[in-house]
Design a protein around this ligand. Structure first.
Ligand code: GLU
Length: 538
């Protein structure tokens, strides 16, 4: 045994006892939850990662615990340059600040190689690990045979051919420099089951672990997920591992590893992924198929971060919506996230319409300066043209964004910054083109419309307050056979061609090129007088 150890492990590994002392228990109350998020740096932050981070951070904050980030970069083939930075900045952008106390670091797995190797050596010394010299071809042949016999796939039972080899046989292969992996020597009986209590799934019966999985990877000696998870979550003193439910089937293996390493077992909660409705069937929000799976989608579109956060909280706990209604001015951090309610939100559905509604609400609550500042920041990165406009005339655009933003009735039209320009593009005087009147539905002919607008032009005065302005519009009505108000029109429809709305609609169309717009009086107030007069001339 010592011969093998000397051949395969480096000399200066830290000892298990040293590690246990270095990464000592956190000084926290017993109810404090230590949670973490462990993404891989693939250049893509999944919406699900933000969702899980939010949940983990909330539980940590609510219990005066700790939430931290660990980068799982052991799969060097999938790693993309700059991806770690994208993870750091995305979490910060979403206000998901994580603990960076280096006592428990480094937080990047590739920088912890010695630690994993030390524990692998420890397992090897206590005969809970062994060398396996199977080639990829041999493993493939085993898998095919298992498939043919309709058996569970993997390295277990009689298929674990190197499990009981003698020291001599192992040394002989080492002498030949045959490549190997170090496998865990499982302790369970795959025919038997045990009950795992999951924070989110409740009691789940699982088969015991009989899989002899690799602990370190053949190509670079970095740990497999299984070893890294158990070692890191022990040393980093995680109390609650909340992770995607694709890991539920590995729980037995993880229990086995925890026990073999003499570590107390963490609590597990396996969370259902965010789903998407495609036609009438649901499926997991997919990195490959769905643009909205990538968190950068929301930034590019210009979703307000707070809206995305609150939308995700809604998915986690459906009572968040009611809480928000009752606590309009509170910060979402004051909401108490419940584990029980989370357990019930089985595979929540991503619904962009709902997210947009929340976003509209958030933007409706902003003042014009905040709208300007935020859209300015967004446009700087994503819309050069609009950025130029915002830069060239700040005062003007502040006035535009102030329309229907003060007073009782605030419109909720804007959901995302990328739609703002189109919504207000008639304020872009350089680009505004006269509308096509041939498609405009009216009780008047084209000549009459021209005539009415000319008449209106002569009485229009930008100094008029809203009341005076409306009075003048009404006064003009009888001349063109229109009722000055809706009530008069309804009382005797036959007597009129229409009501005052017909006239304001002509003004609206001339000024904005649209049949629907925010308050036309406010729009007229923002546009320069000469621009108004120009547009009223058709
Ligand atoms: N890197 C793992 C994943 O992305 C982390 C799972 C975990 O939270 O333990 O699935």
């Amino acid at each position: 045994m010592q011969d093998i150890i000397a051949k395969i492990f480096p000399k200066n590994l830290p000892s298990i006892d040293e590690l246990e002392i270095k990464y000592s228990k956190r000084d926290l109350p017993s109810t404090a939850m230590v949670t973490r998020i462990c993404p891989s740096p693939t250049g893509f932050v999944h919406l699900g990662t933000i969702y899980m981070s939010l949940i983990c951070k909330k539980f940590a904050d609510q219990t005066n615990g700790v939430f931290f980030l660990r980068i799982e970069d052991t799969d060097k083939k999938r790693e993309v340059g700059g991806a770690k930075e994208i993870i750091y900045s995305s979490l910060k952008e979403y206000g998901l600040d994580y603990d960076e106390n280096q006592t428990y670091g480094p937080y990047v797995q590739s920088e912890r190689k010695d630690i994993y190797t030390a524990y692998t050596k420890y397992l090897f010394e206590k005969d809970d690990a062994y060398l396996c010299f199977c080639t990829d071809e041999e493993l493939k042949a085993t898998a095919e045979e298992q498939e043919r016999l309709k058996l569970k796939r993997g390295y277990y039972g009689k298929w674990a051919v190197w499990r009981n080899k003698s020291e001599e046989e192992v040394l002989a292969e080492l002498d030949k420099n045959t490549p190997y992996v170090i496998r865990f020597k499982s302790h369970g009986d795959g025919e038997k089951t045990f009950t795992h209590h999951d924070l989110l799934k409740g009691n789940v019966d699982l088969p015991e672990n009989d899989m002899d999985v690799p602990l370190l990877k053949k190509e670079n000696g970095l740990p497999t997920y299984h070893l890294a998870h158990v070692v890191d979550d022990h040393l980093m003193r995680t109390t609650d591992v909340l992770r995607g439910d694709e890991w539920l089937s590995s729980v037995a293996l993880h229990y086995d590893l925890f026990q073999s390493l003499n570590f107390p077992i963490v609590r597990y909660g396996h969370c259902s992924p965010i789903n998407k409705l495609v036609g009438s069937s649901r499926r997991k929000l997919s990195k490959r198929k769905d643009t909205e799976a990538n968190i950068s989608f929301f930034k590019e579109k210009g979703f307000v971060v707070q809206a995305v956060i609150e939308y995700l909280l809604n998915l986690a706990n459906s009572n968040f919506e009611d809480w928000r209604k009752e606590n309009i001015d509170k910060n979402y951090t004051e909401f108490n996230l419940s584990m029980e309610k989370l357990a019930k939100s089985n595979g929540p559905l991503f619904d962009e319409t709902k997210l947009r509604d929340i976003a509209k609400d958030k933007i409706a609550r902003m003042g014009n300066i905040e709208v300007y500042d935020r859209v300015y920041e967004w446009a700087k990165e994503y819309d050069e043209y609009f950025y130029g406009l915002l830069n060239s005339n700040k005062e003007y655009w502040l006035k535009v964004f102030n329309i229907e933003r003060v007073g009782e009735l605030i419109r909720k039209d804007i959901a995302i910054w990328s739609e703002l320009y189109d919504f207000y593009n008639f304020f872009d005087t350089e680009k505004f083109t006269k509308p096509d009147w041939s498609t405009f539905k009216s009780v008047f002919t084209q000549d009459e419309i021209e005539n009415i607008l000319n008449e209106y032009k002569s009485i229009y005065n930008p100094q008029d307050d809203k009341h005076t302005w409306l009075g003048k519009v009404k006064d003009l009505c009888p001349k063109f056979g229109l009722a000055p108000d809706i009530k008069a029109y309804k009382a005797d429809k036959e007597a009129f061609k229409g009501h005052v709305g017909e006239l304001t609609q002509l003004i609206r169309y001339a000024i904005t090129g649209r049949t629907q717009s925010p308050d036309i009086y406010e729009i007229l107030q923002v546009l320069e007088n000469k621009e108004v007069l120009k547009r009223l001339t058709i």
